[in-house]
Write a protein that binds this ligand. Structure first.
Ligand SMILES: [Zn+2]
Length: 376
């Protein structure tokens, strides 16, 4: 079965965007009652009551107890509905896929690894994965399954994405950005997640949402040219890109040139973890290059947080080099409250994010059902 993901639809102003804002306020914990929602959105209480009643009817919002209000009658506490649902998610690599069950709010269970031999073609790789996801659905209750989320390495054309499973698909860096954002404090509304593995990628969260850019390529810092890379050829066809001096693949090349026996990024990480001086030096230098490119982006974007994910982020000298370049290269106003840290979800960030995309897609679909009745 081949399914094309639907073209993204702009919500028309009116009921649909209001319902969306109400769900956002409940999801982020900024509001828990109709009164608070009306106040925050500057809307008439009757309008909010009407929108909330629609969302209640469709199970997108639920009532949960009451809170007393000063001088008034108790107010009903609202929460997101459907929070007993789940998504199944897979993060696809070259030989393996990480799979798991993702819950609203970022919970993750049943994490495991299945073979995914991409070199043998999708016909060979997909059945094993599909079977595993089917098992999850059966074990956790098919009626509660909200969707399937897939994280793919490299850029994904979301508008015309084609996949052989009905699924929400995103590139790995975007999945990691959304996964980590989901579990971080709600006041971190702007963040950059950098995936530092064999390749480099970044995902951007702006005002609490994934920012894709005009053609879906936002965050492609890997092809920023850096002076030190001179004319080293890059996978993109250009020369001198950040990827050619700061990625895991670049570190393998650099250390091999220096006579070390490394074949994969994992070998570099193992050497650096064992405090091999040559590997540690190279890793620190890679962190500096990444930090320099990031500094320009952090100055421009002024995020609340920069999260580092991917296997190189497990190396302290790498993280320290990125951090010091950011402090050196950014304006103090930008770094004053800037959080720079390893992704708290570690290797699970992408899986959680892929699941969140599936859950969000299900929510958007349900929302359309709510508002579609009134705005045909
Ligand atoms: Zn390039």
């Amino acid at each position: 079965m081949v399914e094309k993901s639907p073209p993204r639809r702009k919500h028309t102003a009116g009921v649909s965007s209001l319902a969306e804002r109400v769900l956002e306020l409940l999801a982020s914990g900024q509001a828990t009652t109709r009164t608070e929602i009306a106040h925050l959105l500057g809307a008439a209480p009757s309008t909010i009551s009407f929108t909330v009643s629609q969302l209640l009817d469709h199970g997108l919002v639920a009532e949960e107890g009451t809170v007393s209000s000063a001088g008034g009658r108790p107010r009903k506490v609202l929460r997101l509905g459907g929070s007993d649902g789940f998504a199944v998610a897979a993060e696809l690599g070259g030989q393996h896929a990480h799979v798991g069950v993702v819950l609203p709010g970022g919970g993750l269970t049943d994490v495991s690894t299945v073979p995914f031999p991409t070199a043998d073609g999708p016909e060979a790789a997909l059945p094993g994965l599909a079977e595993k996801l089917e098992t999850f659905a059966a074990e956790h209750g098919r009626s509660l399954l909200r969707g399937v989320g897939l994280s793919l390495p490299g850029p994904v054309d979301v508008a015309s994405g084609v996949v052989t499973l009905p699924a929400a698909i995103e590139n790995d860096a975007n999945c990691m950005a959304v996964g980590e954002h989901t579990v971080q404090p709600v006041d971190r509304r702007q963040s950059i997640m950098v995936k530092t593995g064999t390749a480099i990628g970044a995902g951007v969260i702006a005002d609490g949402r994934l920012y894709r850019g005009g053609t879906g390529a936002a965050g492609e810092i890997t092809h920023v040219r850096v002076e030190a890379a001179h004319d080293i050829p890059c996978s993109c066809g250009n020369t001198g890109c950040l990827e050619t001096v700061a990625s895991g693949a670049a570190l393998v090349r650099i250390l091999r040139e220096r006579g070390l026996h490394v074949a994969r990024t994992e070998d570099v990480v193992r050497l650096a973890s064992d405090a091999d001086p040559e590997a540690t030096r190279a890793v620190r230098q890679a962190g500096r290059y990444l930090g320099q490119v990031l500094a320009a982006n952090v100055n421009f974007f002024n995020p609340d947080a920069v999260y580092l994910g991917g296997i190189l982020s497990t190396l302290e000298p790498f993280v320290a080099a990125v951090r010091s370049q950011l402090y050196e290269g950014c304006h103090p106003l930008v770094t004053e409250h800037l959080v720079i840290e390893r992704a708290s979800l570690g290797a699970d960030a992408g899986l959680v994010g892929a699941g969140q995309f599936a859950l969000q897609r299900a929510l958007a679909h349900a929302l359309h059902t709510v508002t579609g009745n009134h705005h045909p």
